[in-house]
Write a protein that binds this ligand. Sequence first.
Ligand code: GCU
Length: 436
Amino acid sequence: MHIKNTGFGLLLAGLLAFAGGIHLAQGQGITVNYDEAKVGTYTLPDPLRLPDGTAVTTARQWEQQARPDVLNLFKEHVYGQMPAKPAGLRFKIRNENKNALNGLATRKQVTIYFTPAADAPSMEVLLYIPNKVQGPVPAFVGLNFYGNQSIHPDKGILLPTRWVNNNPKGVVNNKATEASRGLQASRWPVEELMKQGFALVTAYYGDLEPDHVDGWKTGIRTTLNDELKIKEDEWGAIGAWAWGLSRIMDYLEKDKSINAGQVALTGHSRIGKAALWAAANDNRFALVISNDSGEGGAALARRNYGETIAQINRSFPHWFNPTYKNYNQAPEKMPVDQHMLLALMAPRPLYVNSALEDQWADPRGEFLSALQAEPVYQLYQKKGLGVTEMPPVEKPVGETIGYHIRNGKHDINAYDWQQHIAFAQKHFKKKAKPKS
Ligand code: GCU
């Protein structure tokens, strides 16, 4: 596949200049390209070509021959190894409130212990399950950035005791305080999800690995070395976060109020990268959403636009497998690109979205990546985006692969969620039924 970039138009050029102002700082002195004319041309690796040159023409051939190889390439070159579920995994319901959110939901808080030991490394999972609809219900699952209490002001949510990124709204000296309740509530429309008949399941990503360069020392990449039979430099923080998502899925399979066959995995930005990687490894996630996941997520790495591999490895050296740094100056040498990660979701419904002011994440690169995943979906007779050019702002497109770009910044907001909920309702083909 050879892609030539076409010009982008004056309006966008203006916006890019604005976005460029923001993101040059993130580039830490490395020049960031926001000029579509300077992206140049690039050749993407073909997911439907086996290493010996044979063309992949059936879903069976993809699943048996090509897919395992592509997944391994991502392990080796990008995210690192993905350990299996530990034998000693166990769950403990810490508390349950059947009358949460003024009776709208049942709130459950569950600890997932990764080993049988009394002081086992663990993660805290928060669930809201709608009370007024017939179960088992479909669920949205996603990690959060500042602790479970940050998703809703609900005073019953336990505060994290672990390291949290400082935030003027209530995280002081890397400890979450009462003031951090609801800090990111705008990103989690809990009541709306309850009304639409979805459970919401979340956990703090720092339970798996605190998000800083030394985070691996106290995270599962160290504490589970023996249990998982893996060394800390055989994977990265994104791998650890993704692994935790699969452990949540292990719990959901045991929770009778949840329809484990209808779990939509969602993630914003770095957590979107982790969500994609989790779903690539774990087919139990029935539907996948990437919100502004950008470089190392949905966006094509070969496009020199916005964040690049060199920049992401420089700012976040702990996120990826160490081998990913080999491509800092030469993304074209990688045997994969991110459209192949998206192709690993096939035939499951996949939704990718971007934001107009989030040029750092390369919206066009996210769109093109989704487009280039289509040939794999076609093997399953599944329709992709239905367009070949980026759709206008806030005009969602697509069938089994969906896409939108919305106005505004790098964020996940009510508009994004409306599309995600509609997409999940369409594919799960079930509207919530009130309890009789
Ligand atoms: C930085 C980083 C991105 C990431 C984002 C986020 O901007 O460069 O790759 O997606 O943080 O997680 O919000």
